[in-house]
Structures are given as structure tokens and as C-alpha cells.
Design a protein around this ligand. Structure first.
Ligand code: GDP
Length: 390
């Protein structure tokens, strides 16, 4: 699927940067145009792959290149101030050449949280193409303000997009590591999932990648629908190469490093078990899979391992587990890969405990800040009260 991508704020810019690297390593594919937007000059300078001419500093007259300090209202104002410049930076995308727009942002901060929904809304007013969001949710322990920002931003983001794909930082934070230290790894996880998703429909037919049922962008668009939330599951496994091939291998004329050609049964089983792992394991947004309205299954790997029966069986299994009748499935041939990777896209999910938790934490944070404001009003009154009895 060919995309024009806008990364907003620090997290949005960094995830865009990694996707750009992923896309370039595969000699192009799904990114037709990329723009990184931020109110913090330093964050923009820290990007490594998005070309400098595609980075836009906004809100200079408001924050002077210093960022918003986790204040989405300031983030919103910075974006609104330079909305025309943003429009012309996005406009450099040849819109006839793209299938959709993607706006990426961390929803718990300031620039991305406040700005991403405004940008999505503006793009939708101008272009007759779907606009998707990729929203990063704060981990629960990042604190009340992050959850409050995310709760407000998510509501607006959903309103102004055709679908918001969510990635929950909390689910990918392992062990005792700090979140900041883990970002590089977390961004790798984000990239392998969403990079595979968006590049799936863009295989290079010239390279001889002709498969039985290759995923195309209309299937992605139909799966994402016209409003809602999406969670993505992923699992991958290396295809074993024969260790030396042994005598039998040599007698059969197999070279030592020749990959094992999957027998039909093992290729089927590998796909069905990977699909189970992807669906029941770590989703980008933990949710009850029965609440999904639509699903898309993508299996990537060398064509000889993309077993038709495995794909059909796995699709049936997803239909049974989700109860959805709208389950699509397709191949993503990667002749040079030594892995099989499976992506399960669950769209229109509604039963999401993490969002309920964010809303609860947001309400707590709001109550606390109101109480603090009332308290400080009283304290100020006490402080300045002039006692004229003396
Ligand atoms: P902004 O620059 O004002 O939009 O703020 P940020 O993008 O830094 O948003 C803060 C939120 O994004 C917090 O929840 C952080 O945990 C998260 N965040 C910041 N950088 C990254 C990153 O590189 N990857 C991920 N997954 N999350 C990030």
C-alpha cells in the first residue's frame, strides 16, 4: 500500500524514521512521501533517515523550537499556527500515486498528542483518500498527565481518521528496563509489525514474485474500514537450513546450505501454529479478540513455504475465534527471506481493557488537578488576605 506519512512529535518522528529505514532497506515500497513535524528543533535534528528537506519545525513563535513540555493544548496551537505550511509540505506527495495517508504520533505527550488529530482533520478536508492514524499509547506507569493526554487525544484522533492503529508502550516494556532505554527495541517491534503490514500489498512483480493470493491495498483498506481501532499480532520463525545436509542430503544432491524445502504437512502446521501465536500472544493493543469486526491474515516468506492449505486453515481458525465473517487472508512472497512471518490484523476492536484503564487514570488525574487548583486558590486567598483588625 503506497502511503504519504506524517510523523508528529518525538515518538511520531522516531517511528517514521525507522519505517523509512525499513522501506529503504527493501528498495522502496510503501512510503511515497514522508514528513516529520515537530515543535522541538532538537528532536527533528535527531532523526537519521527522513531527509532534512522533509522535516518541518512548527510553532516557533509560540515555543521557539523548544517543544511543548507535554502540553497538548500548546501542541495543538503550534500545529494550527503553521497549518498552511504543513499542508504544502504534505502536498508535495503526488496524491494520485498514493492509496492513503498515515499520521503517526505518541498520544501521551504534547506536540503529537495535540497536533496529530488536527493534521488528520485537515488532510481529510483536502484529499479524497483514507487517513489512518498510528497512535502510541503511554505505559500505565508513565503518570496521570500522559494518560489524561492520551485519553483526550485518542477520542479526537478516532473522530478525524478512518482508523487508528494502536501500539501500547506498556505491553512492550519488558522487565525492569526504563522505557527511554527500551525505545530503540520497542520501535523495532513497531516497525516489524507495521512495516510488514503496509509493505504487504507492494511486492515487486518484476522480481518474479507471483503468488496465488497476494494481499493488495484494497484488502487492507476494506479491513481497516471507516472508523475504529485496530490491534496487530505478529509471530515469526526462522526456516531451518540443513546442517550440512548429511549423507542422505548429499546423496540426494542437496548442497550444504540449501534451505529445507517444506513438506506439505510441516508447512501447513508451521503457518497454523504461527497464526495461533500471533493472535493469542502479544498484540500491539491487548484486546478481546472476539470483539473484532474484521480481520486480515498475512503470511510472508519464500513462496515455496506459503502453503495454501495452511493459510485456509488459519483463516478458518481466526473466523471461529473472532466470530467475524469478514476475515481476509493473503500471501506476501519474500523469496530472499529465511523466515516465515505472520501478521494478524484485528480491526474494529471494541473490548479494550487498556483504554478503559487510560480513561480511569485520566479521570483520576483530572480530579487531582482540579483539587490542587482549588487548594492553591484557597491558599493564595489565605496568603493575601489582609487582616485589618490589627
Ligand atoms: P511530543 O514530542 O510532545 O509529541 O511527545 P512525545 O512524542 O515524546 O510523546 C510522549 C509519549 O511518547 C510518551 O508516552 C512516551 O513514552 C512516548 N515515546 C516517546 N518517544 C518514543 C519512542 O521512540 N517510541 C515509543 N514507542 N514511544 C515513545
Amino acid at each position: 500500500m503506497r502511503l504519504a506519512i506524517v510523523g508528529v512529535g518525538q515518538a511520531g518522528g522516531k517511528v517514521l524514521d525507522r519505517l523509512f529505514e525499513y522501506d529503504t532497506a527493501r528498495e522502496g515500497g510503501f512510503i511515497q512521501h514522508a514528513v516529520a513535524i515537530n515543535s522541538a528543533k532538537q528532536d527533528l535534528q535527531g532523526l537519521e533517515h527522513v531527509p532534512e528537506s522533509n522535516r518541518l519545525l512548527v510553532g516557533e513563535s509560540i515555543v521557539n523550537g523548544q517543544g511543548t513540555g507535554t502540553d497538548p493544548e500548546i501542541g495543538r496551537a503550534c500545529i494550527q499556527e503553521d497549518l498552511e505550511e504543513i499542508r504544502s509540505a504534505i502536498d508535495r506527495a503526488a496524491t494520485s500515486e498514493i492509496d492513503a495517508f498515515l499520521v503517526i504520533a505518541g498520544l501521551g505527550g504534547g506536540t503529537g498528542s495535540g497536533g496529530a488529530p488536527v493534521i488528520a482533520e485537515r488532510i481529510r478536508e483536502i484529499y479524497p483518500k483514507p487517513v489512518y492514524g498510528l497512535g502510541i499509547l503511554p505505559a500505565a506507569d508513565e503518570g496521570g498527565i500522559y494518560n489524561l493526554n492520551a485519553a483526550k487525544s485518542l477520542q479526537r484522533f478516532v473522530e478525524h481518521t478512518d482508523n487508528v492503529l494502536l501500539f501500547d508502550n506498556g505491553s512492550f516494556k519488558h522487565g525492569g528496563e526504563s522505557l527511554a532505554g527500551g525505545y530503540a527495541e520497542i520501535n523495532d517491534e513497531t516497525t516489524s509489525r507495521f512495516g510488514m503490514f503496509f509493505s504487504a500489498g507492494e511486492i515487486d512483480a518484476m522480481a518474479g514474485n507471483v503468488a496465488e493470493s497476494v494481499v493488495d491495498s484494497s484488502e487492507i483498506i476494506n479491513t481497516l474500514g471507516q472508523q475504529g481501532l485496530t490491534s496487530v499480532g505478529y509471530a515469526t520463525e526462522e526456516i531451518e537450513t540443513r546442517d550440512g545436509g548429511g549423507l542422505l542430503g548429499r546423496l540426494l544432491g542437496r548442497k550444504d546450505d540449501e534451505p529445507e524445502f517444506a513438506s506439505e504437512g510441516s508447512a501447513t502446521n508451521r503457518i497454523t501454529s504461527l497464526v495461533r501465536r500471533a493472535t493469542l500472544g502479544e498484540l500491539t493493543l491487548p484486546c478481546e479478540i472476539e470483539s473484532a469486526s474484521r480481520a486480515l491474515l498475512i503470511v510472508a516468506g519464500p513462496p515455496e513455504h506459503l502453503d495454501r492449505k495452511g493459510l485456509d486453515k488459519a483463516r478458518q481458525w481466526i473466523e471461529e475465534r473472532t466470530g467475524s465473517l469478514e476475515v481476509r487472508a493473503g500471501d506476501y512472497p519474500r523469496p530472499d527471506s529465511d523466515r516465515i512471518a505472520v501478521l494478524v490484523v484485528l480491526s474494529g476492536v471494541t473490548d479494550v481493557p487498556r483504554i478503559e484503564e487510560i480513561q480511569r487514570l485520566a479521570a483520576d488525574a483530572e480530579r487531582e488537578s482540579e483539587a490542587r487548583a482549588e487548594n492553591s486558590d484557597e491558599e493564595l486567598e489565605e496568603l493575601i488576605e489582609y487582616d485589618d483588625t490589627e
